[in-house]
Design a protein around this ligand. Structure first.
Ligand SMILES: NC(=O)c1ccc[n+]([C@@H]2O[C@H](COP(=O)([O-])OP(=O)(O)OC[C@H]3O[C@@H](n4cnc5c(N)ncnc54)[C@H](O)[C@@H]3O)[C@@H](O)[C@H]2O)c1
Length: 308
């Protein structure tokens, strides 16, 4: 049994990770400010964790948190679009927040720090499949904070002597993703609409494709690098592209009814196609996504169905 600190543990990805850490017998501290995370996300196994309600930007209290064997840093502002409107907020939440986590790792001699990075670091990179060696070209302040976060972690890891790993997550979806988030992503909005018979907005021709990865597969990836890993950066996706039209078709067959679609103009600078080359993660940490898009979407729609 080990003791971990998870920042942002009441969020979408964080709460699934915290549930699994508790289920696997680990001792857990969650640091969370509930800016987008929800108490309801911690109603399952993660309810056994110690909860420290605090803003990561203000620094981590050794007294409140205590010793730990690793930190998994997920707390962040998460919208590329929003980050271009409010760059200062993103620099503070995502970089100042990470610096405080690093301070804590140094002060409390935490041996390992894991970081939720993002496929958005690749931005406008022209490669058809994105590998870790692809030159990052961030197109938003959010993406730039993730790239710099990886670099800060590597630099301070060398200075302070902790090991680290950044996972570049592609488009993560699944239960508990917040539909009331102002920048909720397409899988979340469409799954919620499919479950509740609501209309959807389709931007552009729907031929844009993304690499959608189910949240439990992302949890598997964090588990694969919990203790050690040969490399410090991994792509975490499925390697499969799904177009928005395919997504709509799959959700329509899960819901058993067609969507009412309102056609909207294409987003400016929308990237047409994104897919992950995950061969490094497969070769080095044995990462293999297990959940098909069909199964993952069925679970997600089920979560959003009206209860009672
Ligand atoms: N969802 C995706 O597709 C995706 C893709 C790539 C990377 N990521 C990264 O994964 C991480 C988790 O994302 P998510 O989708 O679960 O988002 P989320 O918004 O559900 O989770 C973020 C959590 O961090 C908390 N938080 C935010 N600012 C905080 C602060 N200053 N102090 C303490 N807590 C704070 C929020 O309340 C929330 O619980 C983020 O770092 C995000 O950038 C997500």
């Amino acid at each position: 049994m080990s003791r971990y600190l998870v920042t942002g543990g009441a969020g979408f990805i964080g709460s699934h990770l915290c549930d699994r850490l508790v289920q696997e017998g680990h001792d857990l501290v969650i640091l969370e400010d509930f800016s987008s995370g929800k108490q309801a996300n911690l109603a399952g196994p993660a309810s056994a964790a110690k909860l420290v309600q605090a803003d990561v930007r203000s620094g981590l209290s050794a007294q409140a948190i205590g010793p730990c064997d690793g930190i998994i840093h997920l707390a962040a502002l998460i919208s590329g679009f929003d980050s271009l409107r409010s760059p200062d907020d993103y620099l503070q939440a995502n970089l100042q927040g990470l610096l405080r986590v690093i301070d804590y790792a140094a002060e409390a001699s935490v041996p390992r720090v894991l970081f939720a990075s993002s496929s958005t670091v690749y931005g406008s990179a022209a490669a058809p499949r994105l590998a870790e060696q692809t030159l990052p070209q961030p197109m938003s302040v959010y993406a730039a904070t993730k790239l710099m976060g990886e670099q800060l972690l590597a630099m301070y890891g060398r200075l302070h002597g902790f090991t680290h790993c950044s996972l570049r997550l592609f488009n993560v979806y699944g239960p508990r993703q917040a539909t009331d988030h102002p920048y909720a992503n397409v899988t979340c909005k469409f799954s919620h609409a499919a479950a509740n018979g609501l209309p959807i907005d389709l931007y552009g021709d729907g031929a844009q494709s993304r690499d959608f990865i189910y949240v439990e597969d992302v949890v598997d990836a964090f588990f694969a690098v919990l203790d050690a890993s040969p490399s410090s950066v991994y792509n975490i996706g499925t390697g499969r592209e799904t177009s928005i039209r395919e997504l709509i078709g799959t959700l329509e067959s899960i819901a058993g009814r067609p969507f009412q679609i309102s056609q909207q103009p294409e987003w400016p600078n929308d990237i047409r196609s994104i897919s992950a080359d995950c061969s490094r993660a497969t070769a080095e940490i044995g990462f293999m996504p297990r959940v098909s898009v069909e199964q993952g979407l069925a679970n997600t729609v089920d979560f959003f169905r009206p209860r009672g």
